[in-house]
Ligand binder design. Structure first.
Ligand code: GSH
Length: 229
């Protein structure tokens, strides 16, 4: 099993929820690593060589070998640094369910909230908000299903699905600040609202949320790139 002396590097971007997800997982498993911030507007050779297929962050480089895709990285971290609480449930069915919902978050929630950020018109934004709220509504049910009444999707401590969803929370705050939209609301999804508050109080949850000012600036850049001001 890997130990502290291992050579672990993470190529990330402070603004990337996917990179934050991996940082949270490394933190939860107590893994020391060297963090290498990437300029995604001018990608460096190491990123291009480490993730030649997608050219995206995050990439974990462990003893010289790159691992790409945040959910695959979280699973890798969980298996290599196997001491302590596992991020995934012990039983195969629980693992399959957690993977299903994590993939759902990435497939549906991420594009929906990014759509809110990039929307050209109020109508467009309202449509993307509805799509995001539909996903959040289902995640309320998923929380009840997975947590079995405990604090987190994974039970008593944060796990794979907590990280999959929780890494988006800091962007939800930015969307509220920028456009006045609330994605997780105690009236609509009380379970998820309480979960989000608990998640943000955990050590992993406190990890690496960028300052609001830089997020708003980054969001403006993304909007400008999409042709919106
Ligand atoms: N499915 C990927 C998504 C990674 C991703 O979209 N990364 C973005 C930052 S949030 C990126 O590197 N974008 C650069 C680009 O698209 O060129 C994962 O889970 O790791």
């Amino acid at each position: 099993m890997a130990g502290e002396g291992d050579d672990v590097k993470l190529l990330g971007s402070v603004m990337s929820p996917f990179a934050v997800r991996v940082r949270m997982a490394l933190h939860a498993k107590g893994v020391s690593y060297e963090y290498l911030e990437q300029d995604l507007f001018h990608k460096g050779d190491l990123l291009l060589a480490s993730n030649p297929v997608h050219n995206k962050v995050p990439v974990l480089i462990h003893a010289g070998r790159p691992v790409c895709e945040s959910l695959a990285i979280v699973e890798y971290v969980n298996e290599v640094w196997a001491d302590g609480a596992s991020l995934l449930p012990a039983d195969p069915y629980g693992r399959a369910v957690a993977r299903f919902w994590a993939a759902y978050v990435d497939d549906k929630l991420f594009p929906a909230w990014l759509g809110i950020l990039r929307a050209a018109t109020e109508e467009d934004r309202a449509e993307k908000l509805d799509a995001a709220l539909a996903v959040i509504g289902l995640m309320e049910d998923a929380l009840a299903q997975c947590s079995d009444g405990k604090d987190f999707f994974a039970g008593d401590s944060v796990g794979y699905l907590d990280l999959a969803l929780g890494c988006n929370l800091f962007w939800f705050k930015a969307l509220r600040e920028m456009f006045g939209v609330t994605l997780i609301d105690a009236g609509r999804t009380p379970g998820l609202a309480a979960w989000a508050e608990r998640f943000e109080q955990t050590e992993a949850g406190k990890e690496v949320a960028p300052p609001m000012k830089s997020m708003v600036e980054h969001a403006r850049k993304l909007r400008a790139m999409a042709g919106n001001n």
